[in-house]
Design a binder for this molecule. Structure first.
Ligand code: SF4
Length: 332
C-alpha cells in the first residue's frame, strides 16, 4: 500500500504575523479558506481514486498556522476530517497539520487529541534566535523546543520544517538547526531553501541590495549535508524545496527554486561519497555498484558527477546492483 497526503490549504487564517519571506497566497495558490463541506467534498471525491490506486492517505491541513485559526472553524474542519478517518479507516489513516511553535499549548493539544490528529508539523525555520528575529518570526528557538517536547510527550508524530538562506542566515546556522532537530527527535523534516517573493519584506530587502540569499550551488552543497545528517539520524526528509507552482514562479525575485531540487542534492551527496571513497581506495579506475534507481544520481545531471570526478583524476563504470546504495571497487 502506498501512502500519501490529501493536502487542504487553510491560508493565513488566524495568523497575526508577517514573516519576511511569507506571501501565503502565492505559496498555497488558494486565497480562500475552505468550508467544512468543501473539505468533505474533496475527501469524498478522493475516496474512489485512492482505493483504485491502492493508496492510503493522511488528511493534511497545511498552508497557514492551523492551530491559530478561529477555534470554532478549526474544530469544524477537524470534525469533518475525523469523520472520514473513522468511516473509512482503510483509506484515511490520520490527520496532520502545520502550525507555528507558539500556537501550541496543552489546551490546543487536548483539542487535537480529541479530534484524531496524528501528526503535527512546526514551522521552526531556524534554531538561531538572531535569524528568527531578523525574519520577524515572533518566536524563539526555545519556543520551538518547548512545543516540540509537548508534541512528543503527547504521542503525536513530530514534524519540523526549516528554511535555508533567510535574511542573516549562514550555512553553519542551518547545520546547527539540523543538529537541534535531531536532538528534539523529529519524526519527519521538511527543508525549504528560501524563495524570495515579490510583495514580501525579503523582496524589499533583496531589491534594495541589503539581502542576498545563498547561491544555488551553495544551497545544493548545504542541503546535501543536511540530507546526510538526517539520513544518519534515521529521520526521513519528506520534502526538499517548494512544490512547483505557477504563482511562485511568477512572483519569484530570487532565491533557490528548482523542480528537481532533491534529486540534485542527492546527486551531490553521491558525488561527495564517491570522491571520499575513491580517495580512500586509491587508483584512478573504479567500478561503482548501485541500485538501477540511483544511476542518474550517481552520474549527475548533465553528467556533472562524472565530469567533476574526472577533474579529480577518477574514471568509473557503473554496475547495477539491486538494493545497493553505493559500493566502489578498484577496476581490475
Ligand atoms: S506565521 Fe506562517 S502564515 Fe503567518 S506570516 Fe509567518 S509564515 Fe506566513
Amino acid at each position: 500500500m502506498r501512502q500519501t497526503n490529501i493536502s487542504i490549504f487553510v491560508p493565513h487564517n488566524g495568523c497575526p504575523h508577517r514573516c519576511t519571506f511569507c506571501d501565503q497566497r502565492s505559496i498555497s495558490g488558494t486565497p480562500k479558506a475552505p468550508l467544512p463541506e468543501e473539505v468533505a467534498a474533496i475527501l469524498t471525491e478522493q475516496l474512489p481514486v485512492l482505493r483504485k490506486n491502492e493508496t492510503r492517505a493522511e488528511i493534511a491541513f497545511f498552508g497557514g498556522s492551523f492551530t491559530g485559526i478561529e477555534r470554532g472553524y478549526m474544530i469544524s474542519l477537524l470534525e469533518t476530517a475525523n469523520r472520514f478517518v473513522r468511516e473509512y479507516p482503510d483509506v484515511y489513516t490520520g490527520i496532520r497539520c502545520s502550525t507555528r511553535p507558539d500556537f501550541i499549548n496543552e489546551e490546543i493539544l487536548d483539542i487535537l487529541t480529541e479530534h484524531g490528529m496524528t501528526a503535527i508539523e512546526l514551522g521552526a525555520q531556524s534554531m538561531n534566535d538572531k535569524v528568527l528575529r531578523l525574519n520577524e518570526r515572533g518566536h524563539t528557538a526555545a519556543d520551538v523546543a518547548n512545543a516540540a517536547e509537548m508534541i512528543k510527550q503527547r504521542g503525536f508524530s513530530l514534524g519540523l520544517q526549516m528554511m535555508t538562506g533567510l535574511y542573516g542566515d549562514k550555512p553553519e546556522c542551518c547545520i546547527e538547526t539540523a543538529r537541534r532537530f535531531i536532538d528534539l527527535k523529529a519524526d519527519t523534516v521538511r527543508i525549504y531553501p528560501t524563495v524570495i517573493l515579490d510583495g514580501t519584506r525579503l523582496g524589499e530587502l533583496y531589491k534594495s541590495g541589503e539581502y542576498e540569499t545563498f547561491t544555488f550551488d551553495d544551497t545544493i552543497t548545504l542541503c546535501a549535508k543536511l540530507l546526510k545528517m538526517f539520513g544518519e539520524a534515521g529521520i526521513p526528509v519528506i520534502r526538499l524545496g517548494l512544490h512547483a507552482s505557477r504563482e511562485v514562479e511568477k512572483k519569484m525575485l530570487g532565491g533557490v527554486y528548482h523542480p528537481a531540487l532533491r534529486e540534485l542534492c542527492e546527486s551531490r551527496l553521491f558525488f561527495d561519497d564517491m570522491a571520499t571513497e575513491m580517495k580512500r581506495l586509491g587508483g584512478t579506475d573504479f567500478s561503482v555498484y548501485t541500485d538501477p534507481a540511483n544511476i542518474s544520481k550517481v552520474t549527475g545531471q548533465k553528467k556533472e558527477n562524472r565530469t567533476r570526478l574526472a577533474g579529480l583524476g577518477y574514471r568509473f563504470t557503473i554496475k547495477p546492483e539491486k538494493g545497493t546504495r553505493l559500493r566502489i571497487e578498484n577496476a581490475l
